[in-house]
Design a protein around this ligand. Sequence first.
Ligand code: SAH
Length: 262
Amino acid sequence: MPHDNFPAGSVWLVGAGPGDPDLLTRKALRLISEADVIFHDALVGPGVLDLIEPHTKQISVGKRSGRHSKDQATIDALIVEAALAGQRVVRLKGGDPAIFGRTAEEVAACQAAGVPVRICPGITAASAAVASAGASLTLRGVARRLTFVTAHPQAGRPLDLDWQALAAPDATLAIYMGREAAATVAQQLIGAGRAPETPVLVVVNAALPDERIIRGQLFALAFLVGAVSDDDPAVLIIGEATAAYAAKAPTASPSRQIRELT
Ligand code: SAH
């Protein structure tokens, strides 16, 4: 397929999935093996990085919430520069490049420089999280919509989300970068009419060896995430669908949720 070619001087933005190298697509694996240089995020799993061939140049442009080792403009410039130098460039991103991945900026930078750029999708954190928990993101007749939302507050500004829309009982919310704002999220959703007992799932390091799955209810969300270290990625999934297959692992009683996590 000519569409999938990887000529010298071009860029592929590649989804590395949530961490488990077995969750890479075959196409991602091929592009990784054909690359001359790979620029990767901090969220790309160590098992995925182990697949990079020794002769391939590997450059970490790791970004973690609040601690940006390279800013976006620098990353854009590095990718473009490498491609203009005739390299096959892979920009390896955690999860799916299309979900909170700054893909638009990188595509625009390549296009502005006349560098061919394409995108290879990956498995996003929310998909991996519910799979590990044996749960679903949608549920026939119950959870008819799925909203991907980032709850990463902009410096000094209150979290400005459409709480009314997010509080709809038939919506599943997959909240990325939501640890810091967990208390606000729970308070605002309940204030907008979402049931305090709505089941929630917090999955830390989804699809990584140190994965943790925490179940609870919306009112206790801040307690549930309270035990998560700042360095570990966590995705918060809110909605009835998350409890649908959970009969085997009943939710802790509200008082236990709080006792266990404080
Ligand atoms: N493009 C990525 C998301 C990047 S935003 C994707 O599609 O998954 C970074 C946020 O994604 C983290 O703060 C966390 O909320 C979530 N995330 C990424 N990888 C994760 C993982 N392995 N486990 C849990 N959450 C993860």
